[in-house]
Design a protein. Structure first.
Lengths: 416, 98
């Protein structure tokens, strides 16, 4: 079923009776060439690129709940490529380029909207750091513009520029960054993978691995044993739990990150604005809701919900930055389980077990990575070599000293 | 979350700073032949369990003591708290009483 404007008109005239489910609901086969554990954005994108770009067949995605029930359906939808370090920035810029062509690639409206992101700075030292970051972005082929206070005021006049603690001196702007419809991304990849023959199996939790002579043979699931020549694990916040079933300990802690949406308002916020110093960031959805969040709660959690102190902290950050939102009413808040790695950067690598591969450690920033992560993981699964933009995402980098520490804060997952 | 401080009673978790798994109190032996890998595991790897977790909380806005808090990471339920100095003390085996 192909989507087009013509099709929409036709369906409108015929009572919308012709739409079909976007993917099949197949029974699991006894075995596959490649099994992906986790039907989040990364798992679905991996399956899609395996089939589409690397010509692989006999692939299944096993998801314990339903497609989109994890972080891919819980994030604040920001996509950007404004990293600093050489291990990261080319990967995120590769992802940004994939976002730019995603809807045509998938024939699906993922509502990719390049409305720009502005990171605010408050001191001369921060300005210098952002200038350096902007230069690093340029080196990777990305776009970056350093805005001084006047230029910033033109774009976003409603900020509190004279906050006594954090007066706003300017911002680093990436015009090509923006937002995408998170569910749409999951559905688009699921549909694309399904059309290429991938079995998407929901309500199928992996409960163990069958490992024999150092090699993975398949997975135990709540729907029976499924054999697999290769298994790729992409379960985000559940990475430690799932890999523990294969006897692996990871450099990861699971934490909770909360997000918030206000009632729908007329357009007031043009792009994404981040106020790192105040632990607050915000954008406005196409429906009009203000979508915002802040820091992780800061303690190990698998609860998928946070606590009130962070709600208060985020609200205070918002009020400090833009008092105009003070009378907007909060509609919903929720939490997601984020896989905080020890250097704040992800892992896409083989493991100590042959045929078992890991994609995790995305912290609170893996949505923007979805296309590139899927592509790079598919590359690794198909060729046994890392993709050229993902060579630094090794599992052994912690032992060899090649950590990718964007924040320069050391091994402290609750700081990133 | 309210933490039952052994000296101060129930205190709001907001008064504390979190450090992580309480097993961090057991530093590897630097003289062991496997010290390099032991320290690497100590610094970077975590059990990260879903369920009961013993973890270090520092009472920064209070009496500045370190606590070992036992908490369920699936529900946030706090099951107990003791002073880290007590938790770290080697357990004395009791003389069997007559
Ligand atoms: C509140 C919040 C806001 C965020 N905002 C942003 C943002 O603005 N920009 C950004 O780039 N990133 C953001 N992120 C991070 C981003 O959402 C994640 O890094 C990313 O979605 C993780 O990859 P995923 O989509 O594959 O994860 P998920 O969607 O969580 O997929 C993992 C899947 O694995 C499944 N699973 C787990 N265990 C098993 C098992 N045993 N067997 C089978 N399946 C299993 C889960 O059910 C889940 O569906 C945010 C996260 C949160 C929580």
């Amino acid at each position: 079923m192909k989507f087009s404007a013509l099709r929409v008109v036709k369906e409108a005239l015929t009572g919308h009776k012709g739409w079909k489910p976007l993917w099949r609901n197949p029974q699991p086969q006894p075995d596959y060439d490649i099994v992906i554990v986790g039907g989040g954005g990364h798992g679905l994108a991996t399956a899609y690129y395996l089939a589409k770009t690397f010509g692989k067949a006999r692939i299944a995605v096993l998801e314990k709940g339903w497609i989109g029930s994890g972080n891919v359906g819980r994030n604040t939808t920001i996509v950007r490529s404004n990293y600093l370090l050489p291990g990261n920035q080319p990967f995120y810029e590769f992802s940004m380029k994939l976002w730019e062509g995603l809807e045509q690639e998938l024939n699906f409206n993922a509502m990719v909207s390049q409305r720009g992101i502005i990171n605010l700075f408050h001191t001369d030292a921060q300005r210098d750091a952002f200038r350096r970051r902007g230069n690093a972005m340029h080196l990777s082929g990305a776009d970056a513009v350093l805005l001084d206070r006047d230029a910033l005021r033109q774009k976003v006049p409603f900020l509190n520029y004279d906050n006594a603690r954090f007066p706003i001196k300017g911002g680093l702007w990436q015009p090509r960054a923006g937002t995408a419809r998170h569910d749409g991304v999951a559905w688009g990849y699921a549909r694309g993978a399904d059309m290429l023959g991938v079995d998407i199996i929901q309500n199928c939790e992996v409960t163990g691995f069958r490992i024999n002579a150092g090699r993975v043979r398949g997975v135990e699931t709540t729907r029976g044993y499924i054999g697999a020549a290769k298994v790729g694990v992409a379960v985000a916040g559940s990475s430690s739990r799932v890999m523990a079933m294969a006897g692996q300990r990871l450099p990861i802690e699971s934490h909770v990150l909360q997000a918030f949406v206000s009632e729908g308002l007329k357009p007031v916020i043009p792009g994404v604005i981040t106020f790192g110093a105040g632990h607050f960031y915000i954008s406005q959805s196409d429906k009009g809701g203000l979508v915002f969040g802040g820091d992780i709660d800061g303690y190990n959690s698998y609860a998928q919900r946070g606590n009130l102190p962070v709600v208060e902290d985020v609200a205070q950050g918002g009020m400090a930055l833009m008092p105009m939102i003070g009378r907007a009413r909060l509609l919903r808040s929720w939490g997601g389980l984020v896989d905080m790695s020890m250097d704040g950067s992800p892992i896409i690598d083989r493991t100590a077990i042959d045929g078992l591969y890991l994609n995790g450690g995305w912290c609170y920033g893996g949505f923007k990575a979805t296309p590139a992560s899927g592509f790079a993981f598919a590359h690794l699964l198909a060729t046994d070599r890392p993709h050229e933009t993902a060579t630094a995402y090794r599992l052994d980098r912690f032992a060899t000293g090649h950590v990718i520490d964007e924040r320069g804060a050391g091994a402290q997952p609750n700081l990133h | 979350m309210l933490i039952p401080h052994p000296l101060l009673g129930l205190r709001d978790a907001e008064e504390f700073v979190y450090l992580g798994d309480a097993s961090l109190m057991q530093r590897p032996d630097p003289d062991s032949p496997t010290a390099l890998t032991d320290f690497c595991d100590y610094v970077f790897l975590r059990d990260n369990p879903a369920g009961v977790h013993r973890e270090l909380w520092f009472h920064e806005q209070g009496d500045r003591s370190w606590l070992v808090v036992t908490r369920n990471t699936l529900t946030h339920e706090i099951l107990g708290a003791e002073l880290a100095t007590d938790a770290a003390r080697p357990t004395v085996t009791q003389e069997p009483s007559a």
